[in-house]
Write a protein that binds this ligand. Structure first.
Ligand code: ADP
Length: 484
């Protein structure tokens, strides 16, 4: 019999997405299915989710879930079971999953996501008789309270279930004031340094990390990095104390969504053997961004525009990039000051730099299919997906050597090129000279077409689909649930 796993998250492709978390949560059920795992996903009922599932069957009604009426409805995520927490007072709002139209976080985020966690713990405790779960897998702070409820306030007489807490980004911890504790419905015993208390307030990610049977993060290098203050962001001590209960499992990409041979968004589909066809995508991209054709590489960026992503340093390097014959097409949104600086750079370099502020999934595919190189100069990067898409699409990744970027891209140094393993450009330490040098190296490599093509092909052959990581997650679930 298959192992029943409840995966809990605040985002899942194709229903709702603000970042890589959604890609992973959406792909995981299919990734683990071949290894004897039946995964059900639980997500909040935002407007986009409710619209997508249409009329769905109610499997439980709450009169009062963290202060609001709610119901659990059964639907499908692709071919896999989905449960949606429909709580209109929490989730039926204009704006994003975490913030209102003004960009400010919802003031009751602690309550909204505690409700998600409570519902998950109830489901795991047998709330709905027909649905039994052997293990709960919580993603990020928004789902972390599921594990705190399982630990401190499980459904009466339910048997304990093992759990996995995956950290997709340590920078987001779900930290709230002390006053919210009494509203969470947890016993006083949960208020302790190895419970939900954190620096005098409530730490939701921290509470999940304390309660989890195993903590995972999304690359082996990041799993190491978060043991240090620079990356652990205050939780490094807890990471170290959990020892070998902290593992790194690199994300995969979903070939149903990301495969240049079948991508419906591209003008021309291609494989590693028909790279020449990419040129049609490149021309379309140039037209889209108002760029002049040129001899140098067309760099792309698809990113949140934030300090984490190194976008401030990229801004400094743009004049150099254009000066040595590069062009740039950038798609992103985030920090308002950065958005206007990128717009200003496009005005300063007409025909050389094109900027699209916003979020556009289809365009992001066309950029990977037509760009020559994708820049990912992150200060830290738990895994990173855009470099994986770049590898799969022959859009050579130019990345900082950190986290998942270090684990997934092989630098095109002489040795790697001779060995036929190079897949991109890496640089260490993010500042103007290192990023400018990496851009220069990329331009130089681009002007050696045979070498460039080899790097593109190597990247396209590297297998970052879910095949490998799906197996590793499934093995972890089996390990934690024991012989059956
Ligand atoms: P993070 O989750 O930290 O933002 P990742 O690289 O793990 O970074 O995942 C980002 C995901 O969001 C990728 O699928 C990327 O293509 C997508 N993305 C980021 N910004 C945009 C945008 N402006 N438009 C479309 N897709 C975007």
């Amino acid at each position: 019999m298959a192992l029943n796993v409840l995966s809990v998250a605040s985002e899942a492709v194709p229903l709702v997405k603000t970042g890589g978390l959604a890609d992973v949560v959406g792909a995981l059920p299919a990734a683990v299915a071949p290894y004897g795992v039946a995964m059900t996903t639980l997500v909040p009922g935002y407007p986009s989710v409710m619209a997508a599932i249409g009329k769905a069957r109610t499997i439980h009604r709450y009169d009062n879930l963290l202060g609001q009426p709610a119901r659990l409805v059964a639907a499908k995520l692709g071919e896999h079971p989905l449960i949606v927490l429909d709580a209109p007072n929490f989730f039926a709002r204009d704006g994003g999953p975490y913030a209102g139209p003004d960009g400010k976080d919802w003031a009751d985020n602690w309550r909204r996501f505690a409700a998600l966690g409570r519902a998950a713990a109830d489901l795991a405790g047998g709330l709905v008789k027909a649905r039994r779960f052997d293990l709960v897998h919580a993603h990020d702070w928004q789902a972390a309270m599921a594990l705190a409820y399982l630990r401190f306030a499980p459904v009466k007489d339910s048997k304990p279930v093992p759990s996995v807490m995956t950290i997709h980004n340590m920078a987001f911890q779900g930290y709230f004031g002390r006053e919210v504790f009494k509203e969470l419905g947890l016993p006083r015993s949960a208020w302790k340094f190895d419970g939900v208390e954190y620096h005098g307030g409530v730490g939701m990610l921290k509470a999940g990390m304390e309660a989890a049977s195993v903590i995972t993060t999304v690359s082996p290098t990041y799993a190491q990095e978060i043991r240090d203050a620079e990356f652990g962001m205050g939780l490094e001590g807890l990471v170290v104390s959990r020892g070998d209960r902290v593992r790194g499992i690199v994300n995969g990409i979903d070939p149903a969504e990301w495969d240049p041979a079948n991508d419906r968004h591209l003008s021309a589909n291609y494989t590693s053997r028909t790279l020449g066809k990419r040129v049609a995508n490149k021309r379309a991209l140039e037209a889209d961004f108002g760029l002049e054709p040129g001899d140098g590489p067309l760099f792309i960026v698809v990113s949140r525009l934030t300090w984490q992503k190194g976008m401030d340093v990229l801004l400094e390097v743009l004049d150099h990039l254009v000066g040595i014959g590069g062009r740039l097409a950038l798609l992103g949104s985030g920090d308002a000051a950065m958005e206007s600086e990128f717009r200003a750079a496009a005005t300063r370099h007409p025909g050389k730099i094109g900027v699209r502020i916003g979020y556009d999934e289809a365009l992001s595919h066309r950029m990977q299919g037509g760009g020559d190189a994708i820049l990912v100069p992150s200060r830290f990067e738990p895994c990173g997906l855009t470099q994986l898409y770049g590898l799969a699409y022959g859009c050579v990744p130019v990345v900082a050597r950190t986290g998942g970027l270090a684990d997934t891209v092989i630098d095109a140094n002489l040795a790697a090129r001779e060995a036929g393993t190079a897949t991109g450009i890496q640089f260490s330490g993010l500042d103007y000279p290192t990023l400018a040098a990496a851009v220069s190296r990329t331009v130089a490599l681009y002007h050696q077409p045979d070498q460039w093509k080899a790097v593109q092909r190597n990247g396209m052959k590297a297998d970052f689909t879910w095949k490998n990581s799906g197996k590793v997650y499934a093995e972890l679930y089996h390990e934690l649930t024991g012989p059956r």
